[in-house]
Ligand binder design. Structure first.
Ligand code: HEC
Length: 162
């Protein structure tokens, strides 16, 4: 009995030693590898970041991001209105929140970058155009106009950073 018990103890000890390194090494090891890969890919992307910096002051940066979040919210509101065939409301939001106003003109000019300013102005003008298209109450044309305006968001984000 004693010998059997000792044998079992040794056997389970061997089994445990064999198992433990497998469970602790392999799975977290795999995680670490893929995590490292993701990290390396991310770092490569950061190194490839060729966006032009606008060198904003902290105040400008905060104000600009607030404006941007408001644009995104306007887009969501517009999509909801279009889904409900509420074209006049969609048109009103487009021009009020994203159309060219004196405030938007000043914002676009504030960073002393001509290309940014032109892109910003073209974006706001496209929002005014989009507002007019909404008034035709044609969904296909409205979606196409929305896509054109969104194109300015995508283009500018690919080109500039704060
Ligand atoms: C003329 C340039 C320009 C246009 C047009 C533009 N953006 Fe931006 N946006 C920026 C810049 C610059 C940033 C800061 C990005 C950075 O520093 O990484 C930004 C940041 C943002 C952010 C991040 C906000 C935050 O709080 O972090 C959102 C959301 C955003 N934009 C939405 C939009 C949407 C939606 C549109 C179009 C309807 C749009 N933007 C059009 C230049 C632009």
């Amino acid at each position: 009995m004693k010998i059997q018990a000792a044998f079992l103890l040794i056997l389970s000890g061997i089994l445990l030693m064999n198992c433990q390194p497998q469970t602790t090494k392999e799975s977290p090891g795999e995680d670490t590898d893929s995590h490292m890969q993701m990290h390396q890919m991310h770092m490569a992307q950061l190194a490839d970041d060729e966006r032009v910096s606008l060198h904003m002051s902290p105040e400008q940066a905060q104000h600009q991001l607030m404006n941007m979040r408001s644009h995104l919210q306007a887009v969501q509101t517009i999509v909801n209105y279009l889904a409900e065939d509420e074209y006049d409301s969609a048109a009103a939001v487009a021009s009020a929140k994203m159309g060219l106003s004196d405030e938007m003109r000043m914002m676009c000019a504030a960073f002393n970058n001509d290309e940014f300013e032109q892109l910003g102005l073209a974006f706001h003008q496209s929002a005014d155009k989009m507002s007019e298209v909404f008034k035709t109450r044609n969904k296909d044309k409205s979606l196409a106009a929305l896509s054109q305006t969104l194109n300015y968001c995508v283009t500018c984000h690919a080109r500039f950073k704060q």
